[in-house]
Design a binder for this molecule. Sequence first.
Ligand SMILES: [Zn+2]
Length: 212
Amino acid sequence: MCNPQHRRDVGAYALGVLGAADTFRFDEHLEGCPLCAGGVVELSGVAAALGRYARLTPPGVAPLVRAGPGLVRRAVEVVAAARRRTRRRRLAVVAAAVVLAAGVSFAAPGGGRGSDRWTGADRGSGMTAVVTAGAREWGADVGLEVSGVPERAVCSLVAVGRDGDEETVATWSSAGPGEAPLRLNGGAALRPGAIARFEVRTTAGRRLRLTR
Ligand SMILES: [Zn+2]
């Protein structure tokens, strides 16, 4: 059952500042709670932005922002405000997360002639992914096939443009070891030719780079 403490823990979990024991318990809760899983998906963009900021901060320079309860509270407030504005979209995101958590597969990656292809494999974990992207008037029709995500996590597929811009193409929940290969489709505003690479990122901090 979802309780108010779970709702409070979503932010800390998404930002990776929940303690190890609480993270373990929250992982278990996420498995059966689409509401909290949707919350983690919504906050994954904030977590990614903070991670990027941390990576860009040279060693020895004190960061302007530190992860902690105050930051988590503010991040959750920002997301809550955005959520009120885009309630319909949020429901779509949650619906997608629920469908994917239930293991529903979508059409095979949008392959066919004229599509670009990116692949990535992680020898350590055995995780692999293939992305195809076909040019459309509006950008790129993106298909993903991923297997071997080694832990239960909320995952996102991110397109990284040649100019360094990033776009989240799709998000889903991975059931962890033993999960069947997952296929899903998404869209990007970037044309395939403008995409330098893709990355699969998980809330467990894993990152798989896909190159052409
Ligand atoms: Zn919950």
